[in-house]
Design a protein. Structure first.
Length: 132
């Protein structure tokens, strides 16, 4: 598509939109399809106002996005709807930023070092709105 070819050579990637992907589950995991589907699912909504909403392995997080060219950092400000800073300095120290990198095909590489699963996930932009 024309958008993809333009985005690959533009100096700054547009991260806005709804993104979806799945973790690769480790070998030997429990064979429970409903749990597997929840644990491997990643859904990220990046809004025009610089905020994001994320569900990663069933855990909802939200906060602010900071972009720099083809890369972005998601600064987690709340988990399960509760502000991280309200839990004290110790909690803030445990929460790690999430990293995004735009790829030439228009997808993004998602890396949540503080997530339940640590593998990098390819997220693809979805035209569908998110549903609760």
């Amino acid at each position: 598509s024309l958008w993809i070819s333009l985005s690959a050579c533009s100096p700054s990637f547009n991260f806005e939109g709804v993104w979806r992907g799945e973790h690769t589950l480790p070998q030997g995991h429990a064979n429970n399809v409903p749990i597997e589907n929840s644990v491997k699912k990643v859904e990220l909504k990046i809004q025009a106002n610089g905020l994001f909403e994320l569900t990663n392995s069933g855990i909802p997080k939200s906060g602010a996005i900071h972009t720099s060219g083809q890369e972005a950092t998601l600064e987690v400000q709340s988990i399960f709807g509760k502000p991280v800073d309200a839990a004290g300095a110790g909690a803030r120290a445990l929460v790690q930023n999430i990293h995004l990198k735009a790829l030439p095909d228009g997808s993004i590489l998602f890396n949540d070092p503080g997530g339940f699963l640590k593998d990098e996930v390819h997220l693809k932009r979805s035209a569908q709105p998110t549903t609760p």
